[in-house]
Structure formats: C-alpha cells, structure tokens
Write a protein that binds this ligand. Structure first.
Ligand SMILES: [Zn+2]
Length: 117
C-alpha cells in the first residue's frame, strides 16, 4: 500500500470514528432523556419504549463494535496489513475499503461469516 493510500485510509477511518463517536453521544443523551421523561405511560407505550430501548442498545453495541474494528484497522495500517482479507489473504478491493473502511474481509469471505445479531 502506498503512503498516499495509507493517508487516505487513515483519513477515512478518522472521519468514520468521529461520526460514530458523535452518534454514540447522541444516543447516550437520548437514553438519559427517556429515563427522565418516564412518567405516566400506558402499558402498551411502555412496551414499545422497551422495544425502542432494546433497539437502541443493539445499535450502540453495533457502533461500539465498529469502533473496535476501526481501531484494529488503524493498527493494521501501521503494520502494513490493512486491506488484506483476514481469511484468504487476498487484497480487499479499494472500492469496498472506501465504502467500509473497517472491512476485515473480502466480500466472498465475509459472506461465509455467520452474521452476529
Ligand atoms: Zn477473503
């Protein structure tokens, strides 16, 4: 990987990390707000609140997961292994890395990984 490509990849990772950090801050604020406004809810409303909270929790976990992968991508850039599929060792296409800077596998290998819920 050339140094300009590395710099570009790092810039993409920086941007994405910032976006995720921002999204996580917003979700934290939303969660606090929910608890304070939890006053006189109809049971059905409470149920949908619980669903909404669960959905939000899953989203937060997904974002944290992505942050973790971005941290690993950063290390991989330093180590010179960024953009190499973790499973088959083939280079991950540039277009995929642009769209998903935290991609650790090529499309073919990723499709064989069981999706985490
Ligand atoms: Zn692969």
């Amino acid at each position: 990987m050339e140094s300009t490509e590395r710099a570009e990849a790092l810039a993409r990772i920086d941007r994405l990390e910032e976006e995720i950090a921002q999204a996580l801050r917003e979700k934290d604020l939303a969660a606090d707000g929910d608890e304070r406004s939890d006053g006189h809810h109809h049971p059905a409303e409470a149920a949908s609140d619980a669903e909404a909270r669960e959905k939000q929790l899953r989203e937060v976990l997904r974002l944290r997961d992505q942050l973790e992968r971005l941290g690993r991508a950063r290390l991989a850039i330093d180590a010179g292994t960024y953009g190499i599929c973790a499973d088959c060792g083939e280079p991950i296409p540039e277009g995929r890395l642009r769209a998903l800077p935290d991609a650790e596998r090529c499309v073919a290998c990723q499709s064989k990984v069981p999706r985490r819920r």
